[in-house]
Design a binder for this molecule. Structure first.
Ligand SMILES: [Ca+2]
Length: 87
């Protein structure tokens, strides 16, 4: 039961995160929005370092499994799962 609750909570968090980052509500996290995530995580509101920019690009490629250049909700979930952030 506990595990199930935890999973539901994780799904809720992932949904909230996705909505938060999909700022234009397109249902996809576009490259521009994706970079905003990395800025929020690593730059303290400024610009990203080259290393973090590279990391953001690598992770986008990893998350974007169908290669259309943007991250769908399912791709986002799979990406979080691969990182161990989503059970
Ligand atoms: Ca995609």
């Amino acid at each position: 039961m506990l595990a199930r609750t935890h999973k539901a909570e994780a799904a809720k968090t992932a949904t909230q995160l996705f909505k938060q980052y999909d700022t234009d509500n397109s249902g996809f996290i576009e490259r521009k929005e994706w970079l905003q995530i990395w800025k929020a995580l690593f730059s303290d509101g400024g610009t990203l370092s080259k290393a973090h920019l590279k990391l953001a690009r690598i992770e986008l490629e990893r998350a974007d499994t169908d290669g259309d250049g943007r991250v769908s909700f399912n791709e986002f979930i799979e990406w979080m799962r691969a990182l161990g952030m989503y059970a």
